[in-house]
Design a protein around this ligand. Structure first.
Ligand SMILES: C[S@@+](CC[C@H](N)C(=O)[O-])C[C@H]1O[C@@H](n2cnc3c(N)ncnc32)[C@H](O)[C@@H]1O
Length: 330
């Protein structure tokens, strides 16, 4: 029963965001009639939504007045720098999941977010949420990549960078680092904003294009980053990408991969396996992959060593990023 009705909290949260209710509460409106007028809602319907949000721990309720809990104030008010509601502002993901039976029957996606036109519409809002979710893991990855290092002028390639959350953390941790941030052109327009707000404009260059086609060069980078991209590319494209990134790295350079990784027999954790279905619905060839698969593919691409580093990555799934190291003598 719990699993069946688990869609209800998800929907209540999305509708709260879509009505921008949390921002109106932050403005100081706190009773059903004034909130209903402000968001254009029916009073009976809104009272039920507000009560459900209260029961879910996102609002407080005292003598008929509603307020924001700290969690909602931080993450659901649109003007907050840590707003994560952007990915709930439209129903793209919700609608795609309505077609799960069809996707399982046909093996075909109902959407293809990895295609340029769709990616440029879909990702600018998703990366706002990812930026907040990945900021702390990115700081820990940056610390791990810089630890014990004597390398000056580290060159960093952030592939399919989105907001640039991973390379921004690295550039902040290493004042000598220079970053090449790669993504589709319209997404890079967003990246520039994140980079500028971090005060790093002088240390970023941009490379626009499809990751399957752009030239990453040879022996150019000390670090390459693949954050949350292998799952949408799938095996074939990712393995080709690993080989191109091995070539693009200098000897001793490292490829850092952050992604959802299921256990070896693909029996858990649930989030990594549910996310595989999200890729069935939204991409041509996406999936989630085990550490053994990553290790075999990185070695086949030429990486001499494969390690993991705990960066407290995805809540409810794996904590570790995967590091492939190019042989110092390569
Ligand atoms: C899930 S987001 C991850 C963003 C960022 N790396 C992170 O971890 O927060 C995937 C990113 O890959 C980009 N992307 C997807 N397919 C791509 C392709 N074929 N070529 C270039 N970029 C692509 C999207 O535009 C988006 O910014």
């Amino acid at each position: 029963m719990q699993m069946h009705f688990a869609m209800m909290p998800s929907r209540v949260l999305s509708v709260g965001v879509q009505l921008d209710l949390f921002s109106r509460l932050a403005d100081g409106l706190d009773r059903v009639p004034s909130l209903a007028t402000a968001v254009g809602a029916n009073e009976r319907g809104l009272r039920m939504l507000l009560d459900a949000l209260t029961a879910l721990g996102l609002l407080t309720k005292t003598e008929g007045r509603y307020g924001l809990t700290p969690l909602a104030r931080t993450h659901l008010v649109r003007s907050s720098p840590d707003y994560v509601g952007a990915m709930l502002e439209n129903d793209d993901i919700w609608n795609a999941w309505g077609h799960l039976a069809e996707a399982v029957r046909t093996g075909r996606p109902v959407d293809t977010v990895e295609r340029r036109e769709r990616a440029e519409a879909f990702f600018p809002m998703l990366i706002r949420s990812l930026h907040v979710a990945n900021r702390a893991p990115a700081e820990r990855l940056a610390a791990a990549l810089c630890a014990g290092s004597v390398r000056a002028s580290r060159r960093v390639l952030d592939v399919a960078c989105g907001s640039g959350v991973w390379s921004i953390a690295l550039a902040l941790a290493d004042p000598t680092a220079r970053v090449t941030a790669h993504d589709f052109p319209a997404v890079l327009d967003e990246t520039r904003g994140y980079v500028a707000r971090s005060g790093l404009g002088e240390r970023f260059d941009y490379l626009a294009g499809d990751l399957n086609e752009v030239d990453f060069g040879t022996d150019r980078f000390d670090v390459a980053i693949l954050g949350n991209i292998v799952h949408s590319e799938g095996e074939c494209s990712s393995r080709a990408l690993f080989a191109r990134l091995h070539r693009a790295l200098r000897p001793g350079g490292r490829l850092a991969i952050a992604d959802l990784v299921p256990n070896e027999d693909r029996s858990g954790p649930p989030a990594a396996l549910l996310f595989a279905l999200n890729m069935l619905l939204n991409t041509e060839r996406g999936d989630t992959f085990t550490l053994s698969e990553y290790t075999a593919w990185l070695r086949a691409a030429g990486f001499a060593r494969v390690d993991t580093v705990d960066i407290g990555l995805h809540i409810g799934t794996n904590a570790s990023a995967i590091l492939g190291e190019k042989s110092p003598g390569a």
